[in-house]
Ligand binder design. Structure first.
Ligand code: IMP
Length: 193
């Protein structure tokens, strides 16, 4: 079984990714490999950030690894928060601060369409590959649900009646930006075997 290091300190993402890979591979977190690192994330695109994070971990460890970066793009906000999704409400802000900020900005706006885009950069046997997943949907009027993380309580994927935060993990993973990018990565790896 392949072992891949996932370049994140986000325990929610780690749990999702492990649920997606199941027994297909062993996913090591940074704490599993005892790497206490502040991963840089200073690029202006989500692809740039995914590459930067994966290269940083590869340079430190030499291990097969991958990193993901996600942006929530809201049409009425001209694609914001986009690459700034993590710190939209300011440096050191919480998930809740970000959610409140977008709900305030969308007050009275009819077009609530949005999408999540996730880019995964894999470095496998020294070679880089990029996988992208996207899910379209809308920002709800209020928060609902306690599952997931980040903007999940206010993002309802198209054709669904629940927000990501109301869904069981398997449902979110089957529809989500990260789930779709992960499936592409798993297919790529299976073709190499
Ligand atoms: P990151 O840079 O990939 O960590 O993602 C930036 C921000 O997007 C995170 O801090 C979260 O607020 C948000 N985010 C990423 N993935 C998800 C998700 O699956 N659901 C909801 N919000 C997410």
């Amino acid at each position: 079984m392949d072992t891949l290091v996932f370049a994140t300190n986000n325990k929610h993402k780690l749990r999702e990714v492990r649920e997606i890979t199941g027994t297909l591979m062993s996913i090591k977190s940074l704490s599993d490999i005892e790497l206490d690192a502040d991963i840089p994330e200073t690029q202006e695109t989500i692809e740039g950030n995914a590459r930067q994070k994966a290269r940083f971990i590869y340079e430190k460890t030499g291990m097969d690894c991958f990193a993901d970066d996600t942006g929530l793009e809201i049409a009425a906000l001209g694609g914001r928060p986009g690459v700034y999704s993590a710190r939209y409400a300011g440096e050191g802000c919480s998930f809740a601060d970000n959610v409140i900020k977008i709900l305030e900005e969308l007050q009275g706006i009819e077009d609530r369409s949005a999408c999540f885009r996730c880019v995964i950069c894999l470095i496998y046997k020294g070679q880089e590959a990029i996988f992208e997943g996207r899910v379209d949907g809308e920002i709800t009027l209020d928060q609902s649900g306690a599952e997931g993380f980040g903007y999940d309580p206010v993002f309802r994927p198209e054709k669904q009646s629940q927000t990501f935060a109301e869904m069981p993990a398997y449902l979110k993973n089957g529809l989500s930006h990260r789930g779709r990018a992960m499936q592409k990565m798993l297919q790529f790896l299976s073709q190499l075997q």
